[in-house]
Design a protein around this ligand. Structure first.
Ligand code: AMP
Ligand code: GLY
Length: 425
């Protein structure tokens, strides 16, 4: 079967790398892809939001399955467009993707399904938000309701900073119309985990747990990013806790989506805070996490294409996924300045040496090819991912590979996986 994968990040390189191992795969096309995905299939110069061209390409090339990586085309209805053309597509419909694209919708749905989340209020006028935040004397979390590439969330220990964040989102429109509404939440304390599950509308199949590192700086300091590194499994998610998350979060949200006439199909990602009072939802995403997908798929032994087809066909109850029991760690190498302004076009060296290390894969994210060189082309540039017998070994191997790779201004956190290592010790 020929497959069209949509996206160009580290997550898509990991998905392409895994799909390319499938015995069922004919040709793999990636739109638009990056120099990493070019090694797994053929890159096609169509943007992720050019829905008409994507569907035309799929029709002309007899694509059997489209796999959608990022949230924007999902929210814009790319899956609905493929299905209207008679092409199977892995991912939720546009209305179901509002679970990520509209945090106000997600909040209301969680409330009606009695899912434990941070207490929060929704505002569409700055003056109301300001008055509410000013009336509080504890930490607040201020979130743009729409899509903001993981950067629209401000955790403010001082409510005065919360007012500034609300002003930035609602008045300065830093995230455009994504900031027409905001959510103001209580700050939750605890350990975070990313729970990804395949959902076929009815059945839920949890993938191995993982943990992201959102802030830019070591020790979780500085502004939030799209994610600076991840590991899988997350030792904080014990088996009883995973069962509780399934029972109290995943099942009720999938049921709630059905009741809401927005049935869910694809990967469902619950960002969860493990608090003293149990797991509470921070957010839902309607796609694979980036960078969580890199370590998760390094550990998947089963055929990803078969799993995607089982989701599309409503046959998740017929498959079993096998996992490498070894942990995996992904360290993101970013351009200096990210998540703020950064320069592009810096020549990257050492990629081949890093890739040669056993049990290491260097996933490309923001890279491009220029005059025979691989150069930087985005904020998050590479996801250097390694397996190890222990989480410490996986971490050491990932950083050994990182240290072989050079480009001007390269930045990475140095403490990826330390939390897991502390729990394990
Ligand atoms: P979100 O995109 O909503 O997951 O938020 C991004 C990140 O902000 C999360 O991964 C957390 O690190 C942090 N965050 C979001 N909501 C809260 C909250 N209510 N309490 C504490 N931290 C939060
Ligand atoms: N790693 C966070 C996300 O994919 O949203």
């Amino acid at each position: 079967m020929d497959v069209l994968l949509i996206g160009s990040g580290g997550r898509e390189h990991a998905i392409a790398w895994k799909l390319a191992q499938s015995k069922k795969l004919g040709k793999l096309y990636i739109a638009p892809g990056n120099p990493g995905t070019a090694k797994c299939g053929e890159n096609i110069p169509i943007g992720v939001n050019d829905i008409e061209k994507l569907v035309d390409f799929a029709k002309q090339n007899r694509i059997g399955l489209a796999v959608v990586g990022p949230e924007d085309p999902l929210a814009a209805g790319v899956v609905d467009a493929f299905e209207a053309a008679g092409i199977k597509a892995f991912g939720p419909s546009g209305p179901a993707a509002q679970l990520e694209a509209d945090k106000a919708f997600a909040k209301q749905l969680m409330r009606s399904a009695a899912i434990s989340a941070a207490e929060g209020r929704i505002f569409d006028r700055f003056s109301d938000a300001k008055a509410y935040i000013a009336s509080r004397d504890e930490a607040v979390v201020v979130k743009a309701a729409g899509l903001a590439k993981g950067k629209g969330v401000f955790v403010c220990d001082d409510p005065a900073d919360g007012i500034l964040a609300a002003e930035k989102i609602m008045c300065d429109k830093t995230f455009g119309s994504a900031g027409d509404k905001i959510i103001v939440e209580d700050k939750l304390l605890g350990e975070e985990a990313s729970i990804l599950a395949l959902v076929d509308g009815r059945n839920i199949y949890c993938l191995e747990s993982s943990q992201d590192h959102k802030p830019i700086g070591d020790g979780d300091t500085g502004p939030n990013t799209g994610g600076m590194g991840a590991y899988s499994p997350a030792p904080v998610v014990t088996e009883p806790l995973m069962n509780k998350i399934t029972r109290e979060i995943l099942v009720p949200i999938v049921d709630g989506m059905n009741r809401n006439d927005t049935p869910y199909k694809g990967v469902l990602y619950a960002g969860v805070m493990i608090t003293g009072g149990g797991p509470r939802v921070l957010e839902f995403n309607v796609r694979f996490g980036d960078p969580e997908t890199q370590p998760i798929l390094m550990r998947l032994k089963s055929d990803l294409l078969e799993a995607c087809l089982a989701v599309c066909d409503g046959k998740l109850d017929k498959i079993t996924l096998k996992w490498d029991h070894r942990p995996a760690v992904c360290v993101v190498m970013a351009s200096g300045g990210y998540p703020g302004d950064y320069e592009k076009g810096k020549i990257i060296t050492g990629l081949d040496e890093a890739d040669k290390i056993k049990d290491v894969v260097v996933f490309h994210a923001g890279t491009a090819e220029k005059d025979g060189d691989i150069v930087t082309n985005g904020g998050r540039v590479l996801g250097v991912t390694a397996l190890g017998k222990t989480i410490s070994e996986a971490k050491a191997r990932a950083y050994e590979a990182v240290d072989k790779i050079k480009f001007d201004g390269a930045y990475c956190r140095r403490d990826i996986a330390d939390k897991a290592i502390r729990i394990k010790n």
